[in-house]
Design a protein around this ligand. Structure first.
Ligand SMILES: NC(=O)c1ccc[n+]([C@@H]2O[C@H](COP(=O)([O-])OP(=O)(O)OC[C@H]3O[C@@H](n4cnc5c(N)ncnc54)[C@H](OP(=O)(O)O)[C@@H]3O)[C@@H](O)[C@H]2O)c1
Length: 326
């Protein structure tokens, strides 16, 4: 199938970690007609503004990588904003894209859509089989609604209007453009900062919360972007062969996990920290294991390329450029 490199593509959330990686990926693939709007230029929660934008610009494809995202603390403190803003953004973008004749859209969700006790590795069919993790339930409900929006529009309008809206669920991402905030960041950027600061101060030890035994999966953000462009471009017959109309989302993970202790040792080595790494077992650990099954995507023909160690080296360079002063 030949792909028209002049297709007009709108990437929503292009200044975020994932959106900016999607732009890099599209440019690398030779796409020339990419359009963006910053949050200040277009508030995706504003229905009229989103409608006006789509009617005026009429993109042919949409990557929906805009969202209100955050860690446990933010999710616990602002549950109303998490559910409201994410629902509004998805509903506005999907509906107004449809109104403006957009045929292809890719929605980005998250692995938190799966039940807290889902069997490991978590496959796509675990969706809606049990209770969610309480701390980010509002966010997860909004993400599940995003999948169901895409599916419902496909089911009602797929045949008559030729629309094909797909969803991908990334595992934990890291890489350029990450948030290195001292209190409000994910585990990889947080550890990069801690080891970097400990190296600068020549601290003899870094103490990490928990036992270090929980296992986690991490995917380099440019691999996520490559998977997104791959899924968007995938032949409909192949997509349909591996999905169901009411279970159409696709996991995108690295495919294997490691312990927090192994991760910390790897980051310590990438940063060049020479001291001891110790664990404070009196602090909570969280879920023992959280690994997604990416078998469906593998069968469709895509696998990640960037090893954790290589990805961490690029992430550390990015931190030295962008994050170390914040
Ligand atoms: N990072 C991860 O580990 C991870 C893991 C799984 C899934 N994901 C998913 O990937 C997607 C992107 O995440 P990310 O890490 O790239 O997040 P991010 O870095 O915070 O980027 C989100 C982007 O959305 C924009 N945005 C938020 N509210 C908006 C609004 N009302 N109108 C217009 N733009 C708005 C933000 O702009 P401002 O900053 O200007 O507000 C920002 O550019 C999300 O759907 C997330 O759930 C991420």
């Amino acid at each position: 199938m030949s792909i028209n490199k002049n297709t007009k593509i709108y990437v929503a959330g292009h200044r975020g970690m994932v959106g900016s990686a999607i732009i890099r990926q599209l440019l690398a693939k030779g796409f020339t007609n990419i359009m963006t709007r910053s949050h200040a230029e277009l508030d995706l929660c504003n229905q009229q503004a989103v409608s006006d934008f789509f009617q005026q610009e009429r993109p042919e494809q949409v990557y929906l990588a805009a969202a209100m995202v955050g860690g446990i603390h933010a999710n616990n403190t602002y549950p109303a904003e998490f559910i409201y803003q994410n629902l509004m953004m998805e509903a506005n973008v999907v509906h107004q894209a449809f109104n403006a004749g957009v045929r292809k859209l890719l929605f980005l969700g998250s692995s938190c859509i799966y039940p807290k006790m889902a069997p490991q590795p978590m496959a796509e069919d675990a969706l809606l089989t049990g209770k969610l993790e309480a701390t980010n339930e509002p966010y997860a409900i909004a993400k599940i609604a995003g999948i169901k929006l895409c599916e419902s529009y496909n089911r009602q309008y797929g045949q008559s209007y030729g629309i094909d809206y797909r969803s991908v669920m990334p595992s934990n991402l890291y890489g350029p453009g990450d948030n290195y905030h001292p209190e409000n960041s994910h585990v990889i950027p947080a550890l990069i900062r801690r080891f970097h600061e400990a190296k600068k101060k020549k601290s003899p030890e870094v103490v990490i919360w928990g036992t270090g035994t929980p296992m986690r999966e991490f995917l380099y953000v440019d691999d996520m972007a490559a998977a997104s462009v791959f899924v968007m471009g995938l032949d409909k017959k192949i997509y349909d062969q591996y999905t169901e109309p009411m279970q159409s989302h696709i996991n995108v993970g690295f495919g294997s996990d490691l312990t927090i202790k192994e991760l910390a040792e790897m980051i310590g080595s990438v940063v060049g920290y020479q001291g001891q790494i110790n664990f404070d077992a009196t602090k909570p650990d969280g879920t023992p294991k959280k690994l997604m099954s990416s078998f469906r995507l593998k069968k469709m023909g895509w696998e990640p390329k960037v090893t954790l160690e290589d990805g961490l080296r690029v992430a550390y360079e990015d931190f030295l450029r962008e994050g170390s002063e914040s």
